[in-house]
Ligand binder design. Sequence first.
Ligand code: VGL
Ligand code: ZN
Length: 180
Amino acid sequence: MDTLLIVDAQNDFCPGGALAAPNGNEVVPVINKIMDKFDLVIASKDWHPEESTHFEKWPLHCIRGTKGAEFHPDLRVDNINQIFLKGTEGEDDGYSAFEATNLNLEEYLKNHKADRLYICGLTTEYCVKDTALNAVEAGFATYVIEDAIRPVNVNPGDGDEAIRQMKDAGCQIVTSMNLN
Ligand code: VGL
Ligand code: ZN
């Protein structure tokens, strides 16, 4: 059972957004192209209240209900089966999709007999990384689709370092071209 988890493919993480990953929009056509290969497609959204300790570290972004929190307009949403909302509380960074508050991601995946979890989206060194590390801890065979993620790179090299950490933790780093 192959599941695709699209992490935070939202306007604010794309060029023109409040916390943009350079070229973050480039993940969208890749994700659109591979979606049909999966048995189950789900997505997370960064979904913050207006006031949060999260904004002591970051510019205001992905405020629930705003344009910035919407999916990138070109993302295919027709076959997204469930959306997981995270970072929803005032003292909650909610980087990992496993911290979603509307529904428990780990239970959902286990109920759907998901054993292989493929992760893509934004951003490499925060929400993608934390989600991937939690996925390994929860016992899923975890794959990160390298050409379908982009880093913010607050410091140059942060994205590459995150990929190393995911690999070291037991994630398999794959490319969209090599999916069956
Ligand atoms: C994210 C920084 C702050 C992400 C979310 O989605 O990677 N990064 N909030
Ligand atoms: Zn955030």
